[in-house]
Write a protein that binds this ligand. Structure first.
Ligand SMILES: *[C@@H]1O[C@H](CO)[C@@H](O)[C@H](O)[C@H]1NC(C)=O
Ligand SMILES: *[C@@H]1O[C@H](CO)[C@@H](O)[C@H](O)[C@H]1NC(C)=O
Ligand SMILES: *[C@@H]1O[C@H](CO)[C@@H](O)[C@H](O)[C@H]1NC(C)=O
Ligand SMILES: *[C@@H]1O[C@H](CO)[C@@H](O)[C@H](O)[C@H]1NC(C)=O
Ligand SMILES: *[C@@H]1O[C@H](CO)[C@@H](O)[C@H](O)[C@H]1NC(C)=O
Ligand SMILES: *[C@@H]1O[C@H](CO)[C@@H](O)[C@H](O)[C@H]1NC(C)=O
Length: 254
């Protein structure tokens, strides 16, 4: 007679029950499937250039809503000198965004579901609503609407790329800004503004011409307290999977 027990309870009761332990096996089973993505750091920042004071913080907190962004104050916390009811313009603000593994770990990004107003098209979404955090071509690649035929009232996947850092470059930086280059930017200007070493910025963006006026670069960002958070142990290097383990006690009784 064999009894498969999942707890030790039967061992502590019924002494008169003649119980002989023939075999006690501890089996640990990983219950969670191993993810292909080993580098997500959960959060990042997106540098949003406000063209004019119509693209308000309220609008951004609406189109870039996420687990990190419910209200204007969630943006304000990451931007010194910006206040909840201010209408900044012609300036960049950092917007907190999730940073997920996309397509089974193919790349890091976060997809916002954008509700299309009447008359919108990919180029207006890319360079207007999302302030060049995405490109027209990238929107075409990540959505299955035919070119120029976006239905008003429909939704468009707006996938903003992000970075979690690189343990080969530095373990001191674990929060990154997705930064669309503008014509006024250069390696030196960004280094001066961020007080970071130009060589470090180059290492995070190998081969990129910071003066090219468009395209994305990734630069270390500061958290709500104004500090650079260090690289997460689980990102940019080996992943630590949290596995739920089940311990099975197999007791064979006679
Ligand atoms: C936006 O800017 C215009 C022109 O600079 C100004 O007249 C207007 O008051 C501003 N609106 C807000 C809400 O600050
Ligand atoms: C996209 O929309 C913008 C603004 O509504 C318009 O100026 C532009 O011509 C449109 N582009 C295309 C390719 O339809
Ligand atoms: C985002 O990353 C993907 C994968 O690396 C790349 O193909 C795409 O061009 C990037 N999008 C933008 C807007 O840079
Ligand atoms: C948006 O992405 C989802 C999930 O990948 C996909 O099912 C959907 O078809 C996409 N939407 C468009 C308009 O391509
Ligand atoms: C970088 O891009 C700018 C603008 O397109 C160009 O003038 C410059 O020559 C480029 N620099 C290098 C090193 O390619
Ligand atoms: C770091 O460099 C090693 C050797 O060049 C490479 O195998 C590894 O993938 C790199 N790690 C990251 C996170 O890029």
């Amino acid at each position: 007679m064999c009894i498969l027990c999942t707890s030790l309870v039967p061992l502590t009761m019924e002494h008169n029950f003649m119980l002989s332990l023939l075999l006690l096996l501890l089996i640990t089973l990983p219950l969670s499937a191993e993810s292909k993505c080993s580098k997500s750091c959960d959060s990042a920042l997106a540098s949003y250039y406000l063209w004019n004071n119509h693209s308000s913080l309220l609008y951004i907190s609406y189109i870039m809503q996420s687990k990190f962004l419910y209200k204007v104050e969630d943006i304000v916390r990451y931007n010194e000198g910006i206040y909840s009811y201010s209408y900044p313009s012609q300036t960049r603000i950092n917007v907190p965004i999730p940073c997920d593994c996309i397509n089974d770990g193919e790349f890091l990004g976060h997809t916002f579901q954008y509700s299309v107003p009447l008359g919108d098209n990919y180029s207006a979404i890319a360079s207007g609503s999302f302030s060049n955090l995405v490109t027209t071509e990238w929107l075409q690649n990540t959505n299955n609407y035919p070119k120029g035929a976006i239905l008003a009232g429909g939704t468009v996947n707006v996938t903003v790329n992000c970075s979690c850092g690189d343990s080969n470059v530095s373990k001191d930086y674990g929060l990154f800004i997705t930064y669309p280059l503008r014509t006024e930017d250069s390696l030196q200007s960004i280094a001066t503004q961020t007080k970071l070493d130009p060589e470090l910025l180059m290492k995070y963006n190998p081969g990129v011409n910071f003066s090219k006026g468009s395209g994305l670069v990734y630069i270390p960002g500061r958290d709500e307290n104004g500090n650079y958070p260090p690289l997460h142990q689980s990102s940019g290097g080996l992943s630590i999977l949290t596995q739920k383990k089940v311990v099975l006690l197999i007791i064979v009784c006679n």
